[in-house]
Design a protein around this ligand. Structure first.
Ligand code: ADP
Ligand code: MG
Length: 693
């Protein structure tokens, strides 16, 4: 008789009562929890290599016997313990490694001469001595001990452990749980797969595989299920949004055509396609919930503006929200210039400023039916009754500052607004479908023609003078420049001081050209004045923090020099670089690393090689992992335990297709084989609602 998967760990003989609470702290309450507590890595303990005699780049796995163990002589805070490990069975030919731990008193208590031990870590050389500092270690019984085959002579799992629960103990308990539990009764979330033999095998092999191939195929089986659950959640959320009441906003498009006719350029094919997709959403009687992604400079603003005109012509109000004051004011200026000739009212509201035309106010306090018009502002706009009363279209620019929960609140507004979010951090399609899975995605994959090229180069800090010379030559030729440096100190006083010091360094280097100084601590109207002077060409160079990062549009600026460039993320640098190359002139981006390390070179090298935002984003994801982008709080999705969003794209695609198939056949999941999935989804939705409230 096997145990049911729901059996509490407190009811089985092989788990000591006094460890039940420790397991609970790891979230492990039942046998099912235990067998789905996946290893963080595996060690190949089927054979051990010879002890290295030099430093290693990669961690090595070694088995030996402790021949010496003692506290290190130096005292103070660095109290250390050293154990000498000798290779077994090779006599005087065997190698010797010194393992050291500092400030970990319990290590000294557990290690003693004569014990057998496996260690895992990187070696280094000190004189002739080979050392591993802070190795992971595990004491082993001799091969004749009954447990030896759980821990040794196999590909051995190492599980995430915790207080009172060592990896070795966990391994033992999980090994026994796999044997004693009726694994076929651990329900799969994929309908109909519960008793699948491959899955039962996978549950075992993900811990104790026969080979690395076996491990990989187990991983694929379980990852498939994990992605399926995630895609099912996304699909059900989309199904929910699609069922919300919305308003059909149809317009003849006269205003939009008039706007396009007034432009000195033609829209790109990608812009036109995006507009068609959005227009169809606006005209449909359900709320639009769409992401518009496109590289820096691909012309998203114009697409948004066109959507606003379609909304206004349909008799509704449109709101465009920008992440910063500078950007809101820039949009306001642009929109005013473009829309005033068409007779459309534009109003501005930010935290510190309201501009509302007197003859046709958009923020009048008691409008039950707001006039058609365009309001521009920061996110403060969201809480503005004039906008909240009866929102038609809401555009959120640069959406990475705006989480899924805020989005969910907007889309659930009883007035059924159409929501368009725009991001300039384009990401690969499968990832977008997961990270922004609740949204329909439109991608602008084409830049307007006639843009000057951007050349990017890395220059050592020592050559700053030459770089400054180059900047000045560009200014002499009538162009403008940005000098960007990272915020090193968060405190207000220091920030303003650092900014001022930078400014005082650069101004003499660039004389006779006038420089402006922009940083986050300036008052809003001071910022605006600095930006206006730069936009009008009164100042030729702008020394700035990353407040300049998003959206600022000054086509005459052709040089950007970024100091301490390695401190920025790649996506952020790409955004910064997007401030140049906006006009017809050739542009130059100079990256000056503060510390010239191989990591900095690798990272910045990506920008030297490409100006394609998608490629930059992919490299960024590879270097940093998708965690940043997929923070649980951001997406409201459960964290992935096995899946890899970058590696497993084909599995994501399959999971998505399957989830859609199931939901289109049975939107309420009424069929009995969907029971496990339905229960799971209900739990997840409840969690999401709690987060959102
Ligand atoms: P982003 O997608 O980064 O928000 P913007 O909307 O700010 O890009 O557009 C960048 C610049 O390109 C603006 O000056 C805009 O007027 C211009 N622009 C937009 N569409 C086109 C086009 N089809 N052809 C030429 N220039 C365009
Ligand atoms: Mg923009």
């Amino acid at each position: 008789m096997k145990f049911a998967p729901s059996t509490p760990v407190s009811e089985v003989s092989w788990i000591p009562r006094n460890r039940v609470a420790n397991l609970a702290r790891l979230g492990l309450h039942t046998l099912a929890d235990l067998v789905s507590h996946y290893p963080r890595r595996h060690e190949d303990r089927s054979h051990f290599g010879a002890f290295p005699e030099a430093a290693t780049d990669q961690p090595v796995l070694l088995l030996g016997r402790i021949t010496k163990a003692s506290y290190l002589p130096y005292g103070g805070w660095k109290r250390g313990f050293e154990a000498t490990l000798e290779e077994e069975g090779r006599g005087p030919l065997g190698g010797r490694i010194s393992c050291r731990w500092f400030n970990m008193p319990y290590v000294g208590k557990s290690l003693a001469v004569g014990l057998r031990m496996v260690v895992y870590g990187r070696t280094k050389l000190r004189g002739k001595k080979v050392i591993i500092d802070f190795p992971e270690y595990e004491l082993l019984d001799d091969d004749s001990a009954p447990d030896a085959l759980i821990h040794l002579h196999r590909i051995t799992p190492v599980h995430p452990a915790g207080e009172g629960v060592t990896p070795r103990k966990l391994r033992e308990w999980i090994f026994r749980a796999l044997d004693a539990t009726d694994l076929a009764r651990i329900e799969s979330l994929i309908p109909g797969e519960t008793t699948n033999a491959a899955r039962t095998h996978a549950l075992r092999a993900i811990h104790f595989p026969d080979s690395f191939d076996d491990l990989e195929s187990a991983r694929r089986t379980l990852v498939g299920e994990e992605f399926f659950a995630m895609q099912a959640l996304i699909t059900s959320r989309r199904t929910h949004v699609a069922g919300l009441p919305g308003t059909a906003r149809t317009s003849p498009g006269t205003l939009a055509r008039a706007l396009h006719a007034s432009l000195p350029f033609r829209l790109t094919r990608a812009q036109n396609r995006a507009i068609r997709e959005i227009a169809a959403d606006l005209a449909a009687p359900r709320p639009m919930n769409r992401l518009l992604q496109g590289d820096v400079g691909s012309g998203k603003t114009l697409v948004a503006l066109t959507a606003a005109l379609l909304t206004i012509e349909a008799g509704h109000q449109a709101a465009v929200m920008a992440p910063t004051q500078i950007l809101a004011e820039q949009h306001f200026a642009t929109f005013n210039r473009l829309l005033t000739p068409l007779g459309i009212t534009v109003a501005l509201r930010t935290g510190s400023k309201t501009i509302d035309p007197e003859d046709a106010p958009l923020f009048a306090p008691d409008q039950t039916h707001p006039r058609g018009g365009l309001v521009v502002g920061t996110h403060a706009l969201l809480y503005d009754p004039a906008v909240l009363q009866n929102p038609g279209l809401i555009v959120i620019d640069e959406q990475h500052k705006f989480g899924v929960l805020q989005r969910a609140k907007l889309i659930e507004h009883p007035a059924g607004p159409d929501v368009l979010v725009m991001t300039a951090t384009p990401i690969p399609r499968t990832l977008a479908q997961t990270a922004y899975g609740d949204l329909d995605v439109t991608t602008i994959d084409e830049l307007p023609t006639g843009r000057g090229k951007i050349i990017t180069g890395i220059r050592e800090a020592a050559k700053l003078a030459a770089a400054a010379e180059f900047l000045r030559a560009q200014l002499d030729a009538g162009r403008q420049a940005y000098v960007v440096y990272p915020l090193i100190d968060e405190s207000e006083k220091l920030e303003a001081k650092a900014a001022t010091a930078e400014f005082e360094k650069w101004q003499p280097l660039l004389t006779p050209h006038a420089c402006g100084l922009l940083h986050g601590r300036l008052k809003p109207d001071e910022k605006e004045a600095v930006m206006r002077a730069f936009r009008d060409g009164a100042t030729k160079a702008l020394v700035t923090t990353t407040v300049i990062e998003v959206g600022v549009d000054v086509p005459n600026a052709t040089v950007m020099l970024v100091e301490n460039a390695e401190r920025f993320g790649l996506a952020q640098l790409h955004q910064l670089r997007g401030r140049i190359g906006r006009g017809v002139h050739k542009s130059y981006c100079i990256l000056v690393p503060g510390a010239d390390t191989p990591e900095a070179r690798e990272k910045l090298g990506v920008l030297e090689k490409t100006t394609d935002g998608f490629l930059v984003a992919e490299a960024d994801l590879r270097l940093r992992g998708p965690g940043d982008l997929l923070g649980t709080a951001q997406t409201g999705l459960p964290p992935l335990r096995l899946g890899d969003l970058l590696r497993d794209t084909s599995l994501i695609q399959q999971a998505r297709d399957l989830a859609r198939e199931i939901f289109s056949a049975d939107p309420t999941l009424a069929r009995p084989e969907h029971a496990a999935l339905k229960t799971w989804l209900a739990t997840q939705h409840a969690r999401f609602r709690t987060l959102a409230s």
